[in-house]
Structures are given as structure tokens and as C-alpha cells.
Design a binder for this molecule. Structure first.
Ligand code: HEM
Length: 243
């Protein structure tokens, strides 16, 4: 049986060389953005594992005849709290870099173009006629999801987390900073529930985020996946740079 063989004819090779000539490397993700990405990703993973353990101790459950938590539980709680501090610092840093970084690190949700961009990308994903532009950095829809999960979600999980952390020491100045949280969310139990459900929001976000990154890499052939390690994407020279 004849097996089809890929025929790399001279014409094809010339064409691909021509095509390669049209490609350029664009420095998209600066080092601070890449460091933030990976530290934040690692912190979220550790916070999820330790957090879900605190909620439901799946190994060596903390069922005791006295009030002493198990060694493993103490360990998980300590890891959760120290990682939470790292998580907070990286968020503050990323906020600063939104103003300091290159154009791909910035976001303009107060501008009309941002929202028209979101709707055009949405129409594109729904297979509807659209005027979606070519984006080298995040597309506006991706940015919008970061505003919801990375910004709003992180703020909610951080404030609820610090409230829970300082709840046993209500007379300290740092507990006073978060004392208003249960007034907004109900009571202490609601604060814990919100903290827990936002954690599930992070799980959903992470799954979609990884899928979309692979999809972009596969369809765009632009090195999306490697770009978060190297900083560079491969784009066509003629492509309009729409951020
Ligand atoms: C600055 C950030 C954070 C702080 C200060 C913080 C703090 C806390 C505290 C104090 C608790 C309760 C511990 C206990 O009862 O012994 C807790 C529980 C938990 N945390 Fe965090 N946390 C933070 C971020 C996160 C993040 C980012 C996630 C996941 C993405 C997460 C997931 C959880 C979960 C699932 C629980 C268990 C909630 C429950 O009891 O149902 N936390 N956290």
C-alpha cells in the first residue's frame, strides 16, 4: 500500500523561507512579569493544596480528644500563611508594574476601546461576524478575565484570608485593618465560605487559562507557551501591533 509521503519540494522550501523572513520576534513579557507569573502560579498551587487540606484534612484527619491540632495540620496552616504573604507581595508588585512595565503589562479598562475589544473577541469565540484585531499581548477578553480572577478574586481572597488569620487576635492594630470584612459578608462563617468558594474560582480560572494558552499557541503558531519562559513571541512583520 502506498504510504503518502510529505513532499518538501524546492518551491515549498522557498515558500517557507519566504514566510520565515516575514516573521519577527517581539519581546512581550518582561522579566518581572514572568517572575510574577511563576511565583504567583506556584503560590496559588500551594495555597490551594494547603487550603483544601485545612478545609478537609484528607490525610491524618484532625479528630482529637483535645484541642491540639495535628502536626500535619499545623504544618499546612503555616505553609498556607507564609505562602499567603508571598502571594500578597507579588500582587502588590504586579500592581506597581502595571504602571511601570511595557505596553503589554498595562491595562486600560476605563477606556471604550477595551470594552469594544472584549465584545469583538467574544463574538469571535462565538463564531459570529466580528472585527477582532490581532493582539500580540493579551486580548481584551483575556485581560477582562484577569481583572475578575487575578485582581478582584485576589483582593477578595486576600481580605477574607487576613480577616481569618487575625480573627483570634481582635485587639491588634493589624486585625483592626480587616475588622470590617464580616460586616460586608455577613459573619465569620460567611467570610470563611467566601474564601473557600473564591479558591474554587481560582481552580476554574487556572483550567481555562491553561487551555486558552495551549489553544493560542496551537492556532496562532506564535510561541505563546514558550513566551512565558523566554518573554518572546513570534509574529508576522506585517501584523499590526494591537498590544
Ligand atoms: C493573602 C492571602 C491569603 C490569606 C491571608 C489566607 C489565609 C487563610 C486562613 C487564615 C485560613 C483559615 C485557616 C484555619 O482555619 O486554620 C484559610 C483557609 C483557606 N484558604 Fe486561604 N489565605 C489566603 C489566600 C488563599 C488562596 C489564594 C487560596 C486558594 C487559591 C486559599 C485557599 C484557602 C482554602 C480553600 C481555605 C479553607 C477554607 C475553609 O475552611 O473552608 N487561600 N486561608
Amino acid at each position: 500500500m502506498a504510504v503518502p509521503v510529505k513532499n518538501n519540494s524546492a518551491a515549498e522550501k522557498v515558500m517557507s523561507k519566504e514566510y520565515e523572513k516575514k516573521l519577527k520576534k517581539v519581546y512581550v513579557w518582561e522579566l518581572p512579569v514572568r517572575i510574577f507569573h511563576w511565583v504567583n502560579a506556584a503560590a496559588i498551587l500551594i495555597l490551594l493544596i494547603t487550603g483544601f487540606y485545612i478545609a478537609q484534612p484528607f490525610v491524618s484527619p484532625t479528630v482529637h480528644t483535645n484541642a491540639t491540632p495535628s502536626v500535619l495540620m499545623s504544618f499546612m496552616r503555616n505553609v498556607h500563611f507564609y505562602t499567603a504573604f508571598i502571594f500578597t507581595i507579588t500582587l502588590i508588585f504586579r500592581f506597581y508594574w502595571t504602571f511601570k512595565g511595557n505596553k503589554y503589562a498595562r491595562s486600560y479598562p476605563h477606556k471604550k476601546e477595551f470594552w469594544t475589544g472584549v465584545f469583538e473577541v467574544l463574538k469571535y469565540y462565538l463564531f459570529l461576524p466580528n472585527k477582532k484585531k490581532h493582539y500580540i499581548g493579551h486580548n481584551p477578553m483575556a485581560e477582562f478575565s484577569y481583572w475578575i480572577f487575578v485582581v478582584f478574586g485576589s483582593i477578595v481572597i486576600t481580605f477574607t484570608g487576613y480577616y481569618l488569620l487575625f480573627e483570634p487576635t481582635p485587639h491588634t492594630w493589624y486585625a483592626a485593618l480587616f475588622a470590617w470584612v464580616p460586616a460586608v459578608l455577613g459573619d465569620s462563617m460567611s467570610v470563611r465560605a467566601v474564601h473557600h468558594w473564591v479558591a474554587w474560582g481560582f481552580v476554574i480560572f487556572t483550567i481555562i487559562h491553561i487551555y486558552m494558552a495551549f489553544r493560542d499557541d496551537w492556532l496562532g503558531k506564535n510561541g505563546s507557551m514558550s513566551s512565558i519562559f523566554t518573554g518572546y513571541k513570534t509574529e508576522e512583520v506585517d501584523d499590526e501591533d494591537e498590544r
